[in-house]
Design a protein around this ligand. Structure first.
Ligand SMILES: [Zn+2]
Length: 227
């Protein structure tokens, strides 16, 4: 290969697809191409896309890094896009609530972990909030889902299957409401277009004109939504 990229390049050849997919990840680029595409063709594509790739790599570099949570007093946690400080109070009963700028956990000293308690709380809240929001947008879009589920995806925020069943990553509850709204509109639009075609994105844009800002937010802060 005469083309020497400055990034890690992962070329994946597949017999299953006839199209080319380019993906910029943390420290490199992954290109998926049809099985028999020549090296020359691949180089041409990468050279043509060089500016786009470099911009994406720069964006990745500036992204907040993943930082493991310790679930300690004073540690910051996002909820609906707002940062709360964790406050742990030992007691005989369990409870979680948000108060002013604090998210408070009441727990037994040697019982269920703070992480588990907090995740349960986020899931409970997410279930209620997502359901209400889906109902709200179903009316506006004049569409109907068949079921709503919570999932623990690592690399996606929602999904919609051919039966119109929606699933949302519970971690999405940490994002601002605008971002959640966009993801809900996105998944509902899949009931009409079960793909990411131009028609699909036009429908998303029609119902959620600022969707690109929300996509950018998710790309930028995705590491902050992982525990
Ligand atoms: Zn989609």
């Amino acid at each position: 290969m005469k083309f020497k990229p400055e990034y890690n390049l992962d070329v994946k050849r597949t017999k299953r697809k006839k199209t080319i997919a380019l993906e910029v990840r943390d420290n490199g680029v992954k290109i998926t191409v049809p099985y028999n595409l020549s090296v020359e063709e691949i180089e041409k594509i990468l050279e043509k896309k060089n500016n786009w790739i470099n911009n994406k790599l720069l964006f990745q570099k500036r992204k907040p890094k993943y930082k493991a949570k310790l679930f300690l007093d004073g540690e910051k946690f996002l909820f609906l896009g707002v940062e709360y400080k964790l406050k742990i109070v030992y007691s005989k009963t369990y409870n979680v609530y948000r108060e002013n700028s604090f998210i408070c956990i009441q727990r037994k000293k040697n019982g269920v972990s703070s992480k588990k308690i907090l995740e349960n709380y986020y899931r409970q809240e997410a279930k209620v909030i997502f359901k209400n929001k889906v109902k709200h947008f179903e009316k506006i879009l004049n569409l109907k889902s068949s079921n709503i589920k919570l999932r623990a995806y690592m690399r996606r925020w929602g999904s919609c299957n051919t039966q119109g069943e929606l699933a949302f990553n519970w971690r999405l509850i940490m994002a601002p409401e605008k971002v959640i709204n966009y993801v809900i509109v996105h998944e509902l639009c899949h009931i009409v277009h079960y793909n990411h075609s131009k028609k699909f994105w036009n429908l998303v844009r029609y119902h959620y004109p600022s969707y690109k800002d929300q996509v950018n937010w998710l790309n930028k802060y995705s590491n902050c939504l992982l525990w």
